[in-house]
Design a binder for this molecule. Structure first.
Ligand SMILES: Cc1ncc(COP(=O)(O)O)c(C=O)c1O
Length: 419
């Protein structure tokens, strides 16, 4: 059935016709594809057309779509029950695996999404420090909890203002927002407000406003300032966790946060999140401590099984292979006139300007050209994330055949995009 017809019906059911906004294709124009089935690095839409997928469900599918090991593990778990609402051995196995890969995690809790992980980590940080203020950085996305839907206030004022209707202005007053990669603003903020701060939260590899790779010194300075002022450092590794290497961005940079949040890969395509870190901090979480946090489906056995089956593949050799794959795809992108493709591991950001480190440096012209590229590549069977502010995700299923298809598509569209 045609995507257009399905989308017309979807518009009658869902705001914008979708279950999550960026899926609506409003940024790039056109009608969203309705996926019918997916395997490896490809999917088929409801019109029967096949695409090479460079969005990969926004990150969880590091082994590709419908990996046989994950399907087998999920089927086995399903046979034993879909949800217990009680402890089960698969939670332990996934926790053990996470600790093996990320030695600084002493205690953790599973939740059902990245948003929930962040929201809960912030509450734990506030409960532990008995302080209310949190610091975030412009250009980082941390899910849609109220405290995080806040953008920078005007001028030197570091109080935030809500970036979404429905978030009371009073909430914004407790969230401070700073630009990324601005050492001076960082220093000044801590002098003025450091002693009020419960925590600073950052995507150590910001990948939600393009790929705004930070200087390691910026992250290190943030860590030192947090320690000096008695605030906690929270790394939001919902994207970077288990993608950039066994211990994510924390491992890559050699910087240990007090708390970390995960999602995506640890659920292998099923809904999961996790927050954890120092055991004294996690000690405030209910029922050990006074910070309440709960979930009907938390630690869901089927999701745990999918995560475990994924994590079993994540060896150093796996990451080396994935890195080489991603390098080849980035090089193929860069054959397009004027295109740059900053890359961090298997995260790629095709843009039409030199790489940037702050959200305000992304040029409208680059985004306009990305939109043209999106449409042109889609017509050639290549599915990019439907926004120039989103990164592309590679997986171990992006094989040589798919790279060949991609290179042909790049050659086909090169002429039409202008220099
Ligand atoms: C860094 C980061 N944190 C949090 C979230 C929220 O995760 P979820 O969409 O699972 O709620 C996302 C989602 O993309 C993310 O990229």
């Amino acid at each position: 059935m045609s995507n257009d017809i399905l989308f017309q019906e979807a518009l009658t059911h869902f705001p914008g016709g979708v279950s999550s906004p960026v899926r609506a294709f409003r940024a790039v124009g056109g009608t969203p594809k309705f996926f019918r089935r997916a395997w490896g690095c490809r999917f088929e839409d409801e019109e029967g057309r096949t695409f090479v997928d460079l969005c990969m469900s926004w990150g969880p599918l590091i082994l590709g779509h419908a990996h046989p090991d994950i399907l087998a593990a999920v089927q086995e778990a399903m046979q034993e029950g879909l949800s217990f609402g009680a402890p089960s051995r698969r939670e332990l196995a996934l926790a053990r695996r996470i600790k093996e890969m990320v030695p600084f995690i002493e205690k953790m809790r599973f939740v059902s999404s990245g948003t929930e992980a962040v929201m809960s980590a912030l509450r734990a940080a506030r409960g532990f420090t008995r302080r209310d203020r949190v610091l975030k950085f412009d250009g980082c996305y941390h899910g849609h909890a109220d405290a995080m839907l806040v953008k920078a206030g005007s001028g030197l004022v570091t109080f935030g203002t809500p970036s979404s209707a429905g978030v009371p202005a009073a909430f914004g007053e407790l969230t401070s927002v700073l630009p990324l990669d601005d050492f001076e603003a960082l220093e000044r903020f801590f002098v003025e407000r450091g002693s009020e701060l419960a925590c600073a939260i950052i995507e150590p590899v910001p990948a939600n406003n393009g790929l705004l790779v930070q200087k390691p010194e910026f992250l290190r300075r943030l860590k030192d300032l947090c320690a000096t002022y008695g605030a906690l450092l929270v790394f939001d590794e919902v994207i970077s966790g288990f993608r950039l290497g066994p211990a994510g961005a924390a491992g890559h940079y050699g910087i240990t946060p007090d708390l970390v949040t995960y999602g995506k890969i640890i659920g292998g395509g099923m809904p999961v999140g996790c927050y954890g870190g120092r055991k004294d901090v996690m000690g405030v979480v209910s029922p050990d401590g006074p910070v309440y946090q709960a979930g009907t489906l938390s630690g869901n056995p089927v999701a745990m099984a999918a995560g475990l089956a994924t994590m079993a593949h994540l060896t150093p050799a796996f990451y080396q292979g994935l890195d080489a794959t991603a390098a080849a795809w980035a090089a193929a992108f860069e054959r397009l006139p004027g295109l740059r493709c900053p890359r961090m591991g298997s995260l790629l950001w095709p843009l039409f300007q030199d790489g940037v480190t702050r959200s305000d440096a992304v040029q409208g012209e680059s985004i306009t050209r990305f939109n043209l590229l999106h449409r042109a590549l889609l017509a050639q069977g290549i599915y990019l994330p439907p926004s120039g502010y989103e990164v592309a995700f590679l997986s171990s299923a992006h094989d040589a055949t798919a790279l060949g298809d991609f290179e042909r598509a790049i050659t086909a569209v090169a002429g039409s995009l202008g220099g």
